[in-house]
Design a binder for this molecule. Structure first.
Ligand code: MF3
Ligand code: CO
Ligand code: CO
Length: 279
């Protein structure tokens, strides 16, 4: 007997249309978050903003009460807010954003049973250390490079290899402990999408697959630690970390970014072509 590769879902045209809808909604909420970011607000205010904006759209915030990496402790808020050395899964709370911080806001909506997952790193104010700008712009470019690998017949390893090569060429490191994921009716599904890897290795991509690419890039080493809240992941060496995430669809000819935004992201897309000139 001959078995076709994997347990990775191929979405039907109707399912793809639903993924497009929820992707657009999540992208819109992230765009609105960009206008809201400023020194002096708390991460809890970001949570409140995302929660309300999600409900306004008729969607639900997938993080709220989600049981995943946290074991027995469900995630207590509607969005992840990860500041400076926080790699991912930061829990909104009383922390007041200050000039010079970087913050990743990670949004996942559920709409008509399907998930859309997208995140970006934002600059708080306009006075940032070169290291903060560097890790953020490297992470932004890593997501773009990862997406550029996606087409039918490509391998998952092509994505990780391309991201890893670029990040390391810029003196940054790629987090190993968290990966992108298949997404659809389930928040976190197969396949696991590593952001490091070897070209030509791993699952062969086919039209109709939907998954996230969400590289977490550290300015120091890639090791992470989990805080006592069972969720917050921080860099082990205290270095800065940045992340960008999109939900993508493998099409017959290439890739469709389901969480693409229709306008520039305020407080994030502020450096025009950072890599055009030598840093
Ligand atoms: N949105 C995250 C991801 O990209 C997962 C967050 S799980 C939560 O996969 F429970 F922390 F929200
Ligand atoms: Co994700
Ligand atoms: Co996410």
């Amino acid at each position: 007997m001959y078995f076709r590769s994997s347990s990775v879902e191929i979405k039907s045209p109707r399912e793809i249309e639903a993924m497009r809808e929820v992707g657009r909604l999540a992208a819109d909420t992230l765009t609105r978050v960009g206008r809201f970011i400023r020194p002096g607000i708390t991460t809890e205010q970001i949570n409140e903003f995302v929660h309300q904006d999600t409900l306004k759209k008729g969607a639900r915030p997938a993080p709220l009460n989600y049981r995943g990496a946290g074991g027995d402790r469900p995630f207590p808020k509607s969005v992840c807010t990860s500041v400076n050395e926080v790699v991912c899964h930061g829990i909104p709370g009383p922390y007041v954003l200050k000039e010079g911080d970087i913050i990743n806001v990670d949004i996942t909506h559920i709409y008509k049973g399907f998930h859309g997952d997208t995140s970006a790193t934002f600059y708080v104010g306009r006075n940032h250390a070169p290291e903060a700008i560097r890790v953020t712009e490297v992470a932004r470019r890593c997501l773009q490079i990862g997406i550029e690998q996606v087409r039918p017949g490509a391998r998952l390893g092509d994505i990780g290899a391309a991201i890893q090569a670029f990040a390391e060429s810029q003196g940054c490191s790629v987090v190993r402990d968290f990966v992108g994921h298949g997404i659809g009716r389930k928040f976190h599904d197969e396949p696991k999408v590593s952001h490091v890897g070897e070209r030509g290795k791993g699952l062969r991509l086919r039209p109709g697959m939907t998954f996230t690419i969400e590289p977490m890039i550290n300015s120091g080493s890639w090791e992470v630690e989990i805080l006592d809240d069972d969720w917050t992941a921080v860099t082990a060496d205290g270095s800065l970390s940045a992340q960008f995430e999109h939900t993508v669809l493998v099409t017959e000819t290439g890739v469709e970014v389901l969480t693409r935004r229709s306008e520039p992201l305020e407080n994030s897309e502020i450096f025009e072509d950072y890599f055009a000139v030598a840093q």
